[in-house]
Design a protein around this ligand. Sequence first.
Ligand code: ADP
Ligand code: MG
Length: 276
Amino acid sequence: GEGLPRPAATRVIVVANQKGGVGKTTTTVNMAASLAMHGLRVLVVDLDPQGNASTALGIDHHAEVPSIYDVLVEGKPMADVVQPVVDVEGLFCVPATIDLAGAEIELVSLVARESRLQRAIAAYEQPLDYILIDCPPSLGLLTVNALVAGREVLIPIQCEYYALEGLGQLLRNVELVRAHLNPALHVSTILLTMYDARTRLAAQVAEEVRTHFRNEVLSTAIPRSVRISEAPSYGQTVLTYDPGSTGALSYLEAARELAQRAVGPGGGSLVGQQRG
Ligand code: ADP
Ligand code: MG
């Protein structure tokens, strides 16, 4: 790929929005693939019991596969559960299995229940440029673990009615975690997803989001695209499924913005966890 800047330290990005169906998983896997195809080393952590990110990356995640559950609940090293993504060099995945559905409850009684993912990531010694964490559609202990482990929050927003509803709750949670557990945490990026340029509503919602989050919203919006929605059923990201499609190009462009903003003026995200 045509070089994107390599961050000085691993950027750990939490992809979160407690609404389901807004494009968290789609954004996680396609941004991750875009960064990897530019020559960066990227790890996707699937933190949703549905395992949609694992599926989209073509990673086997039936019940017996070692997964993020073993890391969070059993304390297994991340290195033992990471799998390479076939077809995309430099892209790796920690899969989620259905076991993870019980973790929300099981974590409650464990020591350091909020920081188990953070500890596992800190102990993982492989050099990585990016870690993208795909959150479930809730604000429970799994999402809290992601917010403690990450430094940046990326919020995908679907341009429809009620897009901003519930966002306040996520922002309050980010603020709580920042105040008590992870002082570096901040919302660094907002991505408009499933954008339909033909509707006035989409334009209005986009305008409203850009007014609220002037510095965070990427100028690239991801269009609604059939190719994007078809790719997961082939165990692929749209980057390999249909590299020339508008969906693929928009994610490449969004990833370029994400990578470049951090090193540009005012980008505070470079102060990261130092690489081994
Ligand atoms: P979340 O992880 O927030 O629940 P997903 O990423 O799974 O959301 O997306 C929800 C649904 O919308 C999925 O079926 C996905 O394939 C589809 N989708 C996501 N982004 C797009 C897009 N840009 N164009 C068309 N379909 C999309
Ligand atoms: Mg999802």
